[in-house]
Design a protein around this ligand. Sequence first.
Ligand code: OGA
Ligand code: NI
Length: 330
Amino acid sequence: MSETMTPPRPATADEVPVIDMSPALVPGADLTAIAQTVRKACQGMAFFYVKNHGIDQAVIDGTFQQMQRFFSLPLEERMKIVKDRFHRGYLPIGTTRYPGKLPDLKDSFDLGLDLSLDDEEVIAGTPLHGPNQWPDLPGFREAVEAYFDAVRELGMRVLRVLAVSLGVEEDYFVRFYSKPTILTRLIHYPAPEAVADPEFGIGALDHTDYGLITLLYQDPAGGLELKKPDGEWVAAPFIPGTFVVNLGDLMARWTNDVYRSNPHRVVNRLGRDRFSIPTFFNPNHRAPVEAIPTCVTPDNPAKYEPVLAGEYVTGRIRANQGYKPPQATA
Ligand code: OGA
Ligand code: NI
């Protein structure tokens, strides 16, 4: 029997705490107290919930409603905005595949900063920079853009707290977010029995995220599971009024492994479609990522070569999306 058959216990509040972000909503407020809680979380599972995050529930609900409409469109409609060279648009099932694993059982709609074709980075061909694509669905674009703008502000607040938690200036990360390569992914996980193709996994692929931080709004049905360092899986259920924040590999690298990026997976146990929205909140393409001085000590010398954020992230995306679904033989 596969290990994913038995639902794991929920994480305790010690493992995955709920952090009240209201102090960070006030510009100039002292962030020291929440930064301490965040530091403890990031040295543990590196997953935490944020409440009082400042995003209006109507903005979130509006986007979920539009997602349900979009993923009910016929495939040929969705394919009209198939992912382009700017990595924006529709990603059909099978696009994402982690090396050595089965393709992911999900499809998604990806967007980022909406940059025009005469933007200098777009002209230069910098990866992940370009205009968004939109389906022909009245109201979709407005709802999703409102979500993107709101989550962008939340990400900036979380980054200020993270900087304080590392003992560096509050703007340590946000100064690299003038033209960030933020990727918001509206994901649809089809009900498992709807997809009988044995070429596909069951949507339970464990992975770490590769960017700096991820801000996730998950379906009230839950389904997110985290692997503890000792190998035990725990569930991170939906908690109303919260987002899930987790750290990616780029943050582990930037902090010289003082902070962790934790393996996780999604198991759709309910036999119905599941929707979620991770936002991979990554900095400017040319943000220099070199061990943060407070993270280097004689006991923990710098481990990684300096790298540009965008080069690191696009290298990881290429490795995971080079996969081409097999051709039908019948
Ligand atoms: C991811 C991820 C969680 C979810 O896309 O990297 O972990 O709930 N998603 O969809
Ligand atoms: Ni993930």
